[in-house]
Design a protein around this ligand. Structure first.
Ligand code: PLP
Ligand code: TYF
Length: 397
């Protein structure tokens, strides 16, 4: 039976990790997979998380099952973090939610929920979007199509074209949005654009499905969710997939939540039973550890402050690398405007160079990035900026 299946190619992003690890060039630079790195290329455990681990270890006296919601305090903490302490939707019990194995688990359970409710719906994703959206959503049996988004000319968004596509959407459509720090392009919607999307969703009846995996890594914890909160206040129903992989550095602990905003507490109760049922059909219950740690950090004012400060310094580091790289590029003989690098938000930028040029960067200079020319800005450091800019100058010649 097992001789019927052929070998599949590796996940192209995760495949870069192996390529990089096998490269013996001491100058190699890893701008591939999207994990935050410090100046030394290390992805450290955040200080507040290390302290929360000690607190949790002293407190935890059982490993028995928690149930499909996971750590309930954690789920409530994330509702407030994303939708705000004063969210009416949360206060009135209109938001169902459960802990999931990472943002990926949330995306998958969210897609299954939509499949249950609507059957024949289309999910609209930005062109381009995070490559994993496609398998996560289509494997739940939903059709996925794309709307115009990234403008390669400017490094920003083609909002007129996007809005024209949104004008065609109705109640059988789901609009997948990146809450902030768009992956892979770094090109984010403005607050006014979020308002326009909210207006259309409310009038035309399509459901926003927000994937937010980088809150706090753009312009700050509050600033990064302004658009999402506006949507929540102006649209009755929406789905949100959150991730603590990046902003709490909990990657391998697989920590996320699925939140579903509904019209009433009654609806939220019904949806809660369905998302739990979908979880049961997939993995039963999420891993609890990351949820306990985030709950500990969010509930302890001193730890929370320490976490926020560290997260802000991570975001600042990425911003200064953006400015640093642009400065180095501008000091070279490069006939392409890269000023979008400092406009884009979060960990990623799309360099807008060809696949061939990406290959040359990898083969001739050991600089690793996704084939799309997406770079993880956090993979840079002050020392390698000249090397990267030199390589860019050479491959763009
Ligand atoms: N959504 C986007 C856009 C991402 O970039 C990521 C990954 O980091 C995720 C969701 C979820 O990741 P995880 O499942 O590791 O929480
Ligand atoms: O886009 C990225 O690089 C991150 C990390 O299957 C990631 O979101 C990449 C691939 C994958 C899961 C996470």
């Amino acid at each position: 039976m097992f001789d019927q299946l052929d070998v599949l190619p590796a996940d192209p992003l995760l495949g870069l990790i192996t390529l990089y690890n096998n490269d013996t060039n001491p100058k190699k630079v890893d701008l591939g997979v999207g994990v935050y790195r410090d100046e030394h290329g290390h992805t450290a455990i955040m200080q507040a998380i290390q302290k929360a681990e000690k607190i949790h270890m002293d407190k935890e006296d059982s490993k028995t099952y928690l149930g499909p919601i996971g750590v309930a305090g954690f789920v409530n903490g994330i509702k407030s973090l994303v939708l705000g302490e004063s969210s009416q939707a949360v206060a009135s019990g209109r938001v169902a939610g459960l802990q999931t194995p990472g943002g990926c688990g949330a995306l998958r359970i969210g897609a299954e929920l939509l499949k249950r409710i609507k059957g024949e719906v289309t999910v609209w994703a930005s062109d381009p979007t995070w490559a994993n959206h496609i398998p996560l959503i289509s494997s739940a049996g939903l059709e996925i199509k794309s709307y115009p988004y990234f403008d390669a000319e400017t490094g920003g968004i083609k909002f007129d074209a996007m809005d024209a596509k949104l004008a065609e959407l109705g109640p059988n459509d789901i609009l997948l949005l990146h809450g902030c720090c768009h992956n892979p392009t770094g090109a984010d919607l403005s607050y006014e654009q979020w308002q326009q999307i909210a207006k259309r969703a409310a009038e035309q009846g399509f459901i926003p499905f927000v994937d937010i995996a980088y809150q706090g890594l753009g312009d700050g914890l509050e600033e990064d969710v302004k658009g999402v909160r506006y949507l929540s206040e102006h649209v009755e129903e929406m789905v949100i997939a959150t991730s603590c992989s990046k902003n709490f550095g909990l990657y391998r602990e697989r920590t996320g939540t699925l939140l579903v905003q509904t019209k009433s507490a009654e609806n939220a109760h019904a949806i809660q039973t369905h998302v739990q049922d979908a979880a049961r059909a997939n993995y039963s219950m999420p891993p609890a550890y990351g949820g306990f740690l985030v709950d500990t950090v969010l509930q302890d004012p001193a730890l929370r402050k320490e976490w926020e400060d560290e997260l802000n310094s991570m975001a600042e580091r990425v911003k200064s690398l953006r400015a640093g790289l642009l400065e180095k590029i501008q000091a070279r003989d490069i006939d392409k405007d890269f000023s979008f690098i400092v406009e884009q938000k979060g960990m990623f930028s799309f360099l807008g160079i060809s696949k061939e040029q990406v290959r040359k960067m990898r083969e001739d200079y050991s600089i690793y990035m996704a084939d799309s020319s997406r770079i993880n800005v956090a993979g840079l450091n002050t020392e390698c900026l000249d090397y990267v800019a030199d390589a860019l100058e050479a491959v763009l010649k």
